[in-house]
Design a binder for this molecule. Sequence first.
Ligand code: HEC
Ligand code: HEC
Ligand code: HEC
Length: 467
Amino acid sequence: MLRKLVLFTIAGAASLYALRVPETALSAESPPPSMAKFQAVGELVRDKCMTCHTRDYALPFYSNIPGIRHVIEQDYKDGLRAMNLGDEFGETTLKKPVNESTLAKMEWVMINETMPPTKFALVHWGSTFSSQQRSLVLDWVKSSRAAHYATGTASAARSNEPVQPLPASLPVNPAKAALGQKLFNDKRLSGDNTVSCASCHALTKGGGDGQRFAEGVRKQFGDINAPTVFNAMCNIRQFWNGRAADLQEQAGGPPFNPVEMDSKNWEEVIAKLSGDAALAQEFLAVYPVARHGGGWSGNNITDAIAEYEKTLITPDSRFDKWLKGDDKAISGTELEGYRRFKVYRCSSCHVGKALGGQSFEYMDLKKDYFTDRKGPPLGSDEGLKSFTGKEQDLHKFKVPNLRNVELTAPYLHDGTATSLDETVRIMGTYLSGMEVPEHDRKLIAAFLRTLTGEFQGKRVEGEAVPF
Ligand code: HEC
Ligand code: HEC
Ligand code: HEC
């Protein structure tokens, strides 16, 4: 009892101190409000949370107490895997807005009061957050979301949801996009003229191919599931392991991938394309030779394809209509599903306009997925590590977006999950660390089916996965 009292007193004193926003934060340059709030939040986080959420930690003094060291070390390990706060909260000023998924995770732990872990708070006096401090963090999340991620189309009451409506369209250069559409569908990008981008990313199949692994030239199969091209522009990087920075860089990959399109080099592709008089005329009108960097090149081909991909956006799903204020757009069951989607932490990772694409996460975060999964290991299981070469990135994957998800089965990088129910179960066990009972899985799947949007004014085409 005495301990508890001391704990609250110290925590109280610390919170008063931390709530004082330093004058410098509101100095002459007058940073946006979210940035000013970050200063105070950053101070709090560095003071109370960083120990378990950064790579270079120092064990606290009491870690020598028998029995405690082991517990603390496990918390450090798990804490860092769940969330690396060092990158974004290590500095006193921000170079870029805090990641949208980080915001959602901070919001979740503040609402659910799970951080710092109870057993740590018991031995580390003054480590808990007061309700005032939690409000401070929540307020900062809200203003950061509004400043950097909101589309401005959600109703006022729903504007601070972790999921945001997709914009109706993005600005594009129409001539470039029209050319890009032709190239996206052009089989001459492949060595033997049999495969186009659209072969594996069919707009009639939810932007994917409906297969476990994609089929390339000469009936070859890779070892990774083809993600949808719809809304891929929302991803912070491209590919499951993030090896392409953006859509343009991404489009330069498949043509020379031996199991996908297997062309030798751009010269080979350009020799074929430039021999097509109609295409050449259109291409050179968009990229005139006289202009710097103009004329035929791999750079311009991928530039056009990327421009076209910016048009592959699917707004106006029923859920978006609900976000915009139409209460009748989704049923009570579906709304309950969305609530569970937030409770089970799904929205911490499947966040934002596309419900994903904002962060890389361990597929074995809470439990060893790869040991439990049947079948031999796949080369693609390495995930982010295959791109960065860092051991700490083993089994990390870019969070896939969940727009039109009922049309894009099978699921996961390994294409092993064939139903929404199975996928939601796997997510609960391995990513959220909470078993999702069947009743809740049904509700969540019902919500996921409200995410099917429209492409050019018509419902996105594809085969919906059975219930
Ligand atoms: C004693 C170590 C420890 C301290 C101190 C600590 N954490 Fe954690 N943190 C963990 C562990 C372990 C996990 C993973 C288990 C879990 O999510 O409950 C975690 C997970 C998280 C997550 C990810 C949750 C998600 O939904 O993915 C966030 C965000 C987080 N912590 C924020 C904080 C904040 C903010 C503080 C300071 C108030 C804090 N942590 C203090 C150990 C710690
Ligand atoms: C043989 C089938 C195949 C062909 C052809 C193909 N892709 Fe893909 N695409 C895939 C697979 C498989 C992946 C995932 C690969 C990975 O992440 O390592 C992928 C990934 C992508 C992504 C990343 C999406 C995300 O969420 O990260 C985009 C965008 C994309 N492809 C566009 C294209 C374009 C543009 C072309 C034509 C230049 C093309 N693809 C040709 C199968 C194919
Ligand atoms: C810690 C982050 C995280 C949490 C929490 C999380 N997911 Fe995921 N989700 C991922 C990642 C990463 C993948 C891809 C993993 C892979 O394929 O190896 C994924 C894949 C999926 C897929 C398959 C999408 C596709 O196109 O293949 C669905 C559906 C999904 N999650 C739904 C959910 C639901 C529902 C919840 C909550 C019960 C949830 N996720 C919780 C990160 C997360």
